[in-house]
Design a protein around this ligand. Sequence first.
Ligand code: FEO
Length: 391
Amino acid sequence: MNPRELKPNVYWVGAVDWDRRLFDELIPLPNGTSYNSYLIKGSDKTALVDTVDPSKTYILIDRLNQLGVKKIDYVIINHAEQDHSGSLPDILKIYPEAKVITTSKCKTMLINLLEVSEDKIICVEDKETLSLGDKTLEFIHFPWVHWPETMITYLREDKILFSCDLFGAHLATSDLFVKDETKIYESAKRYYAEIMMPFRTIIQKNLEKVENIKIDIISPSHGPMHNKPTFIIDAYKHWIFDAPQNIVVIPYVSMHNSTRKMVEYFAESLIAKGVTVKQFNLADSDIGELAMSLVDAATVVIGVPTVLAGAHPLAVYATYLVKILRPKLKFVSLIGSYGWGGKTVEQLASIISGLEVKILDAVLCKGLPKKEDFDALDRLADSVLENHKGI
Ligand code: FEO
């Protein structure tokens, strides 16, 4: 398995996982993923930047053997999550002289998660540097992309930023560098929505750390490398900083078609008023698509039937996802049908408590929706439009 050269004496030695379809037993991976690891041969020292998922350790080792690597002086660990650190114990067995370079928070995690020996680990401060001879690594603390211990690493002479999960994409590809910008934009946006969006405000504050350095290549931990870095940096700026758009996302579930009739009527009413609608049937939706739609939306309206005394569990799930993904939306409401009563509104409102959103009046009807219910949906659509004008 051949390593691939990014720049002289800088190699990609990672693994492409074409078959993986789920991450964290939660996140769909329709296009697989990759675990990027990089070998840097300096004139004096050799460093490995991150490792790979433990299921692919044999690929990393094979690529290092192909390069004839007899000694690794440093293993740079930007992030303790096992898809990047999981091969570290094996690497330390094969290269026993290697020292692990990481943040102090990551040190604790590596000891807890992987039982790495404490005396193997050297902690680095923000902006600390490490010389490999003719190549210099600078460590930039960049917490919460997407765990608290994360850092990114800059190779000064070659102007390569090893950006950890930041700017990544779950995409299995044989392309070392981005070729199809449309495809990578979709994959990177999906990745941002699922992984990075909850930390949007922290990334806002830290993004200037990468704007102040000259970058030729961004080498993230997943997906192809960016040799036109402004493409992905500008995309992040748009997702993070720009105001939400005139979009309503409607995740819904319907058992006997009453809630479906309400959702369809409401969607048509919004569209007639010039609002963009993204509708997801929770019974068979890809939650990654739902997450992506939340990146730009100003409003979420949950379509929810009442089951027993409360909200349908799929609507509870969707509402909880909206809460934990923390999108930049401004307004939330719900519509749906009930049989004999229940506490659906109170239940979903308590789930999203803490989100800085305005709650618009819910529209609930008993059984099949009737004329007065459709009129109420029109009024909710008017309210959405009016509120969107104020963004
Ligand atoms: Fe790709 Fe947070 O690990």
